[in-house]
Design a protein around this ligand. Structure first.
Ligand SMILES: Cc1cc2nc3c(=O)[nH]c(=O)nc-3n(C[C@H](O)[C@H](O)[C@H](O)COP(=O)(O)OP(=O)(O)OC[C@H]3O[C@@H](n4cnc5c(N)ncnc54)[C@H](O)[C@@H]3O)c2cc1C
Length: 453
């Protein structure tokens, strides 16, 4: 949905080469933007007519402090390589691992995770910036600098969740946590009962969890009934789970298709599967990895007879107002004739570090993946639904994730991100020649330049 023609691709294989590439761009008056695995949705990793700085060649694991649990990696490395390295490294006797990653897919770069300031399904974690001790950043002049919470602290705060607009993160030092065994506990609950359930789970030491809700707009259960899963730390199980149940790729493909054609049945089959996994054991890192079906929508298109895909949005609301927000969002989605294919609620803790922090408070995070037809009417309908959901979140004192799409109005951006004008101002001051630029940034600059919008 973001077809982009670029001038070219630069693929450095070392920090020196990356600095040279940025200096060459500066000398030639070119703008560039870093890219990792290119899975972002708002065009922030693309630059129409410009140069993309592909971090795929910066994928080395550089240093491991097995005493303190610190891992230094180049920013182009992707999660599966990091997890595999940690699982196999002979010095990792304490079982250090990552605390959180995105759920739903694995093939993301760590630089992209930092620049988007991602989160996973932790019940009591702040976003990813809090898992990062320090970075090496290449600035708009092609100079590498170390940055953390005390050295070049403003750069660190701008680069975390700064979508590549303040430099190339070449290297990150990750704060690891001990790998633990977890027991999954699953229950079917109404959204009104969710926060007390999650609060109790947190109080009892559960570290991960989420709530996957019903997606059929014709049903009274819509956005109300859901499966809450919590993951409780336990001692290592004596034996592997007998008859453990896992969804295979073909099961996912079938359920995804069913979510488009019979969402009520899709939810009931999915929740029955989940309920059957109650009591199964998982490693704390492995439970965050999952199957992603590249190109699955081609099969759905054949069944539906039109071309489409899912678009994601994430809304944040104060936790005590979650149930009221969900009722309001259900009305909005019905009014806009929108079809969620998947939806989940997770929790986030306040981000004390990044400048453009999306987690301004301890919030409940609500994700909707809406089916969007790839035609003019379908895109316009999606834009309307996304704006309505943002209004709902704002009405309840919440916010939305800035870069999943570009449908927010200027008033919505400012209400959700009061620090946004300051972010734009620091961008103009620190990078007056726009060495770092992106389609997402261009859109927002235009939005803020045009008083009428
Ligand atoms: C199926 C799916 C599931 C997802 N689930 C989650 C989830 O659970 N939680 C969540 O928070 N997000 C989730 N996301 C969003 C995803 O985390 C972000 O889009 C992430 O940025 C993707 O990483 P990437 O390597 O593809 O980055 P890209 O798309 O390549 O880049 C994303 C941004 O990071 C910048 N960037 C990339 N590398 C660097 C670097 N080295 N230095 C500076 N800037 C850089 C780019 O310029 C761009 O602005 C999901 C996305 C998909 C497709």
């Amino acid at each position: 949905m973001n077809a982009t023609s670029v001038a070219g691709l630069l693929r450095p294989r070392s920090i020196d080469q990356a600095c040279d590439a940025v200096r060459d761009c500066a000398r030639l008056g070119r703008s560039t933007i870093p890219m990792g695995a290119r899975h972002a949705m708002g065009g922030q990793q693309f630059l129409d007519g410009g140069w993309l700085l592909d971090t795929g060649g910066l994928d080395a694991i550089l240093d491991f402090d097995a005493e303190r649990g610190l891992l230094t990696v180049q920013a182009g490395v992707r999660w599966p390589a990091v997890l595999d390295w940690l699982a196999r490294h002979p010095d990792n006797r304490r079982g250090w691992t990552i605390r959180q990653k995105q759920t739903g897919a694995d093939d993301f770069s760590l630089g992209g995770a930092f620049a988007a300031n991602i989160h996973g399904r932790g019940l009591a974690f702040a976003p990813f910036v809090e898992d990062v001790e320090s970075i090496v950043l290449i600035d708009e002049r092609g100079q590498a600098m170390c940055a953390d919470r005390s050295e070049n602290a403003e750069r660190f705060a701008l680069a975390a969740g700064g979508y590549g607009l303040f430099g190339l993160v070449a290297q990150l030092t990750l704060r690891l946590v001990p790998r633990t065994w977890l027991r999954r506990e699953v229950e079917l609950v109404r959204v009104g009962e969710l926060m007390p359930r999650l609060d109790a789970a947190i109080a009892q030491g559960c570290s991960y969890g989420d709530f996957q809700f019903a997606i059929d707009p014709r049903s009274d259960d819509f956005l109300d009934l859901g499966i809450v899963s919590c993951y409780r730390p336990i001692a290592a199980p004596a034996a592997a789970d007998a008859d453990a149940r896992h969804l295979r790729s073909e099961d996912f493909a079938r359920l995804l298709c069913l979510a488009h054609t019979d969402p009520g049945r899709a939810f009931s089959e999915y929740s029955n599967f989940y309920l059957a996994t109650h009591g199964q054991h998982y490693l704390s890192d492995a439970q965050q990895s999952g199957i992603y079906l590249d190109g699955y929508h081609a099969q759905v298109d054949t069944v539906l007879g039109h071309c489409g895909s899912e678009m994601i949005t994430e809304l944040y609301v104060p936790r005590p107002r979650l149930a009221a927000f969900m009722a309001c969002a259900a009305d909005s989605l019905r009014r806009h004739d929108a079809q969620p294919i998947y939806g989940t609620v997770r929790l986030i803790q306040r981000d004390p570090t990044s400048m453009l922090a999306w987690a301004r408070e301890d919030w409940a995070c609500v994700v909707f993946n809406l089916h969007v037809r790839h035609d003019v009417a379908g895109r316009a309908a999606a834009a309307g639904a996304f704006r309505a959901l943002i209004d709902d979140a704002l009405r309840y004192g919440g916010s939305y994730y800035l870069t999943y799409h570009r449908h927010a109005t200027r008033a919505q951006v400012v209400a959700a991100y009061p620090q946004f004008p300051r972010f734009l101002q620091r961008k103009r001051e620190l990078d007056p020649d726009r060495r770092w630029d992106s389609d997402w940034y261009r859109h927002h600059e235009a939005l803020f330049a045009d008083r009428a919008r």
